[in-house]
Design a protein around this ligand. Structure first.
Ligand SMILES: [Zn+2]
Length: 288
């Protein structure tokens, strides 16, 4: 195992170099020195069986862990039966495609919380339970579902809400998007203690073993009073949060998360930079 780094989606440089198919991504990422690849079904689960199987084969060959981001339209807390039905379908379709692709995890957005948060969370829990049952019945229960912390205040997805969802079934893991938490909590991460608090909360809810292997999204982010506005790259230093204190905690706590970088356009380059920061911190800490 060990900590893994990789991009969400495909860097501009991949296309600039003349590559066309995402089936080439595992080799490309491996050559860069990365270990993970999050394939995004942002606008719907569309992938041919041929491509899915090619990806699986190449990922195994080049030691790349494939994870999936389910479509953005998912809302497990929707009031309308039709929307709930579609949301469940998006998750099951992501798991089905993920199974062909050899994916280990499926990340998804829990839903909206524009009305009463408690009611929304209870509804999402009820629906997620049904999804888990359906996934098990279809033989897809080996893929880990990872509800994500969200960046806008009117979305379901505070850290605590996501952790409560994860308490439904011991196989669930949180996708902790530190940029989203930074945005929704008005610039939450200023010191290492702020990151420590998050990791301690995860341990409190899920225990050490699960906290150790969480799914992580990281990028710099711009926000307003309502929360998330826009993801930026590591080069855009006017935006936080900083990765270094978090990297130090990952190292000190022997954590083995999958760290997915969601920078715009240069996600793979930035994933490698996150890895470099982690290695540098590890070297420094192990000397002291
Ligand atoms: Zn997401």
């Amino acid at each position: 195992m060990g900590i893994k780094f990789g991009p969400s989606g495909i860097s501009q440089s991949f296309y600039d170099e003349g590559h066309k198919s995402s089936a080439e991504m595992p080799e490309w990422l491996h050559k860069m020195g990365l270990e993970a690849y999050e394939y995004s079904f942002s606008r719907g689960v569309r992938i041919s069986e041929k491509l899915a199987l090619q990806l699986k084969e190449n990922a195994e060959k080049f030691n790349i862990t494939i994870t999936i981001h389910a479509p953005y339209y998912i809302n497990l807390a929707a009031a309308e039966e039709e929307k709930i039905k579609n949301s469940k379908r998006y998750i099951i379709e992501s798991l089905t495609a993920g199974n062909l692709m050899g994916a280990k995890r499926v990340t998804f957005h829990p839903g909206s919380a524009s009305l009463d948060r408690r009611e929304a969370l209870d509804r999402a829990k009820r629906v997620l339970k049904e999804v888990i049952k359906e996934a098990d019945d279809l033989g897809l229960g080996h893929i880990t579902l990872c509800p994500e912390t969200m960046g806008k205040k009117n979305q379901l997805g505070t850290l605590e809400e996501v952790l409560e969802l994860c308490q439904l079934d011991e196989r669930l893991l949180p996708t902790v998007d530190f940029a989203h938490l930074h945005a929704r909590d008005n610039g939450r991460f200023k010191s290492i203690e702020d990151y420590e608090e998050v990791l301690n909360t995860i341990e409190k809810y899920l225990g050490k073993d699960r906290a150790k292997v969480i799914h992580v999204h990281f990028s710099r982010i711009e926000f307003t009073e309502q929360g998330e506005k826009k993801h930026w790259t590591l080069l855009d230093k006017e935006y936080g949060p900083e990765f270094e204190p978090l990297a130090q905690l990952f190292y000190e706590r022997n954590m083995e998360p999958i760290v997915i970088c969601e920078s715009r356009e240069r996600m793979a380059e930035d994933a490698l930079e996150l890895k470099r920061i982690y290695q540098e911190v590890a070297k420094r800490v192990s000397k002291t």
